[in-house]
Design a protein around this ligand. Sequence first.
Ligand SMILES: Cc1cc2nc3c(=O)[nH]c(=O)nc-3n(C[C@H](O)[C@H](O)[C@H](O)COP(=O)(O)OP(=O)(O)OC[C@H]3O[C@@H](n4cnc5c(N)ncnc54)[C@H](O)[C@@H]3O)c2cc1C
Length: 384
Amino acid sequence: MDMSLSPDQEDVRKAVRAWVDDVVAPPALENDRKERFPQEALDGLRETGFIGLSIPEQYGGGGGDPMSYVLFIEELGRGDANVRSIVSVHLGLVAGSIERWGTEAQKQQWLPSMATGAVLGCFGLTEPDYGSNPADLQASAVKQSDGSYVLNGSKIFITNGTIAGVTLFMARTGGPGARGVSAFLVPNACPGFEARPIHGKLGLRSCDTAELVLRDVRVGPEALLGGQEGTGIRVALTALNDGRMSLGASCTGLAQAALDTMVSYTKERHQFGKPVAAHQLVQALIADTAVEVDCARLLTYRVADLKTRGEDYALAASKAKYYASEASVRAANACVQAHGGYGYIDEYAAGKYLRDARVTTLYEGTSQIQQLIIGRALTGLSAF
Ligand SMILES: Cc1cc2nc3c(=O)[nH]c(=O)nc-3n(C[C@H](O)[C@H](O)[C@H](O)COP(=O)(O)OP(=O)(O)OC[C@H]3O[C@@H](n4cnc5c(N)ncnc54)[C@H](O)[C@@H]3O)c2cc1C
């Protein structure tokens, strides 16, 4: 689709697209079958410098603008949603939060090593009993007389949990509700910090998902993000605005991959003496998917544009995430349908697309939560 991109943005898209086609996409299906971590892709992200693409240049990153970031994530999502998820948590949720909320000392401490990928970030918000409602989370951070904090609690479904060097960890420092939650930058190597891998996922089988268990983990006052207690839920919600933009991009990429795969397969496969793509009902599947891919892309690019212009993009990000995630499930499902029985075996990518897409309507705010956010914005009435 033609969009008006700057020469720098075109260069990013071209470079990432070529690299994804060369390194990320080819082993994706085999990695999925074997639940094998995409190490070659992570090494390549470090070697190319893509791993730090959106971190400001002054901290050693690529200084990419929001649209470049979206193009990068879209291409990763097209190649392999597993690789995309490593990057969007690391860059969008964690590095982005440090950039937005951190003190200068915290930026100096973490961003240069995150820009090279020497340190990866993970985002510790969800708890076993608190998912859609993180304001009530129970992990605790108790301030000691010397200003340090002792952290206890567990987090579930944490992307990059076993491979990260730093966790953005939300814990309760004060009373109940959102105002009692603070954000900490916790080195994963701290004594008492345990990451337990979670296996048997429906999709995203080759990326790292973990339960984090913290028992009496002691961190200094410098670990408190921004040096201020009580901002944890605001930190999380602003991070999730970027996460939702990122998911819009990722789902656009995945839906594009499903569309491309569907078109090429149905042109090759013959039934009733002609390519199945020549049957009108198959073309309807293709046409509906193509329109949805464009809608998802345009909604997502709008978020990047609003962010670039310094405007509020929270609502637009919710809409993009909601639409693109649901559209990616429909696109992947259409891809399976167009493959007939071959869509149901893991020799083809169609099934992987569907399994990988499925989680996107669940995390970073389920589709129901996006509906509540959008409904609240339009009516002024909160259903939470
Ligand atoms: C593969 C994977 C990776 C993840 N990565 C991370 C990560 O890196 N960091 C992190 O912190 N979390 C992560 N998560 C967690 C994810 O964000 C949560 O699973 C998600 O927020 C939903 O929470 P829950 O699973 O507790 O579901 P619940 O909140 O228990 O929701 C269950 C159902 O109830 C519905 N529901 C809940 N409240 C309402 C309401 N008010 N109105 C209407 N319906 C409602 C939901 O939409 C859903 O359908 C990940 C999850 C997965 C599966």
